[in-house]
Unconditional design. Sequence first.
Length: 284
Amino acid sequence: MSLTVTSSAPAPGANSPFSISALLADANGRPMSGQAVDFKVFGAGSAHLSADRALTGASGMATVDVTNTGPGPHLVTATANDYQAHDNIVVRPPATGLSTTNAHVSGTLGTNGWYRDGAPVQLTLAATTVATDPGVITVYSINGGPVTVYTAPVTFTDGSYAVTYFSTNQAGGSEAATTIFVNVDSSAPLTQGIQATAITSVSATIAWTTNEPADSSVDYGPTTLYGTSTTPQKTLVTSQSVHITAYRAIRSTTSGSTAPMWLATRPLRQTSRSAPPPPRPSRR
């Protein structure tokens, strides 16, 4: 016959409850049910057992709960049919004054919560430590990946990221994990296939496509001073179409990035023109 005893890991702090389980099996390793198992616990505090004796179930397992423990080592024993087994448990002291972690994302923030071209997009984590919380380390995980110890700012390239972070101390106490989202799109959309259709003396329809979902607008006017803009279409699509009443350049954007494109057609309010107007600097 064999008897094995295990204990669950208690949380840090005084009076942390845990459980004791004893597994009883015969010489062939088959579980023995309906057998009485006696339990005892020795250690700091006035440990209280939910029961001094429990019967094994169909799985050969008997379990009792332990409460009112104090910080420090504990010896737990289980006895059945003159067989005895034991386990050692350490209740860690409570962690007081836990640190908290602050997160800061730097970069050039565009629209729709996306960071765009400009300064590198970096995440900085800083734990606010206190004297009663020594040995603090901060860890993080990106998109459910491995947990990494934070040592320096984290730089992000184009993409979407879910970053989970928290700080923990040498006693095993830790703050609740926090998740933030970082979206980066530093590349302007590629605008192509620009077409002017339904041209009249006062209007036209401008259509084009982009290589990624983008919003759009058209600035236009009778001269290179332009002066009029269509209302930006905020829906992000790859096929764009805008109706105007004069001429200028297409400005398509996604996540705050801009890509000005110039229409090689004459202004609609002029009868002829040998060349398109010079490019006007894009408005970032």
